[in-house]
Write a protein of this length. Structure first.
Length: 319
């Protein structure tokens, strides 16, 4: 909030708040002054509405004509990405018009000539994080196209733009990754801290001889006498198979991941440890950024895949 110069903070909690838990993150954001919650799908919006009956919730993704009636009943704001959707939304729900200014994903090229009905916002989205030239061109295009949208909230800035280019803040800022402790670009020190800790335990330990293999199709060949540990977390829980080669913390020592299965992963230990030894997948110096660098993806591509199912994982919210 200290970085916003009069603009409203709108918390983006789509994809279960980047895997961190939409409801607890939404509540935390509202407590520090967020005035709206942004999600990607109708079902995400309905889940929030069930526990937050009075909050402003904006569904940013596309809707079917059938969805509009459900959104209207739930008092959700919607986003029009096409001229046809403008006509459908304008008479039924409060809506935002998405303008394509260069990302070339969702959005129309310019506002329609017809009546905008219940238009409450005009929005766009930057195509880069941190490029001043592209950001400047997109902002200029957006300001030009939205100049006649009297009374509508104008919003284009995400976390990175709001931080690096204050002129993009306009009426509201849609902030997602920084709310959960992810720096939006690795090139800048944003001074923020991770908000999620992911732990498990050592479930089995065995010695493996030189020349033996670990994993399906012999994916890892053991070069010397090795102590292998098995951790009951796998890609069905969100630990992506592309994270082979990354490190986790077993007890107080880093251990390399050499194989990832649906329900488990194998790591190489530096010594024999008892089963039940705590394992830290994220936390205590092990970060999503570390894992992401190993897999050449973004941190939130990993966190968004974390399973939020009590039948597989236990989540505990810590203030």
């Amino acid at each position: 909030m200290k970085k916003l110069d009069g603009a409203e903070l709108w918390a983006v909690v789509k994809a279960n708040a980047y895997g961190h838990g939409a409801i607890p993150v939404a509540r935390a954001a509202l407590e520090v002054g967020a005035s709206a919650l942004c999600v990607a799908t109708l079902n995400e919006g309905l889940s929030l509405r069930n526990v937050m009956p009075g909050e402003r919730i904006i569904v940013m993704g596309p809707l079917s004509p059938h969805d509009i009636a459900i959104a209207r009943e739930a008092k959700l704001e919607c986003v029009a990405h096409t001229d046809e959707m403008v006509e459908l939304l304008a008479a039924q729900v409060d809506f935002h018009l998405k303008i394509n200014t260069g990302l070339n994903r969702w959005g129309i090229e310019s506002p329609p000539v017809t009546s905008n009905g219940r238009l409450v916002g005009v929005m766009s989205q930057f195509a880069t994080d941190g490029d001043p030239d592209i950001t400047s061109r997109q902002l200029a295009a957006f300001l030009d196209v939205s100049a006649n949208s009297t009374g509508a909230v104008r919003h284009i800035a995400n976390s990175c733009a709001a931080w690096l280019f204050p002129e993009t803040q306009l009426d509201a800022v849609r902030s997602g990754c920084t709310l959960v402790g992810f720096p939006p670009t690795p090139d800048v020190d944003f001074g923020i801290r991770p908000t999620l800790r992911w732990t498990s335990y050592l479930a089995q330990v065995r010695r493996v001889s030189p020349g033996e293999t670990i994993g399906y199709e012999g994916s890892y060949r053991v070069p010397k006498n090795t102590i292998m540990g098995l951790i009951p977390v796998g890609y069905a829980d969100g630990f992506n198979v592309n994270l082979v080669g990354t490190h986790v913390l077993v007890g107080d020592a880093r251990a390399q991941v050499v194989s990832v299965y649906m329900d488990a992963m194998c790591v190489i230990l530096d010594r024999k440890l008892p089963t039940g030894t705590p394992v830290t997948l994220v936390g205590d110096g092990i970060t999503f950024a570390d894992h992401a660098k190993n897999a050449a993806i973004d941190s939130w591509e990993i966190s968004a895949g974390l399973v939020d199912d009590a039948r597989r994982t236990l989540r505990r919210i810590v203030d």
